[in-house]
Design a protein around this ligand. Structure first.
Ligand SMILES: [Fe+2]
Length: 137
């Protein structure tokens, strides 16, 4: 199954945040790889990856919010709201997966689309802002 792969067009101009985005898309890729695996191991692996994505996403959001808040980014609240909505959705998805009520392909589709939108739309808004800050030092 296709999954988005990080490339330079995804760069937000910050090495730490770019590194985390790469890692998140790599986790989506791993989830895509087990969508077609209908074995019990495939289901367990998928569930494990959702857990990893929840943990890693939380780490990424806190890093992003810390950096943006340090520089008084004007759209920080919108960014935080989006992060919170994702965390709620992901924990609900994890619960559904535990009950065996989730379609792996649908979950993967939503996940990869969410991360692409997060990086290319929401995060790209601070790319210019952060590059202006860096030029001041
Ligand atoms: Fe991000």
């Amino acid at each position: 199954m296709n999954s988005p792969i990080w490339n330079e067009s995804f760069s937000v101009g910050h090495p730490v945040l770019d590194g985390q985005h790469k890692e998140l898309l790599a986790l989506c890729q791993q989830a895509a790889d087990c969508v077609e695996d209908v074995s019990l191991e495939g289901a367990e692996h998928f569930h494990m990856l959702l857990n990893d994505l929840a943990v890693y996403a939380k780490k990424h959001f806190r890093t992003e919010e810390k950096i943006l808040s340090q520089h008084s980014y004007p759209l920080l609240n919108e960014q935080k709201t989006e992060h919170e909505e994702y965390e709620v959705w992901l924990s609900e998805t994890l619960l559904a997966a535990m009950d065996g009520n989730s379609d792996k392909a649908d979950v993967h589709q939503f996940l990869s689309a969410w991360w692409v939108r997060h990086i290319l739309e929401s995060d790209m808004r601070y790319r210019e802002f952060l590059s202006g800050i860096n030029r001041k030092y």
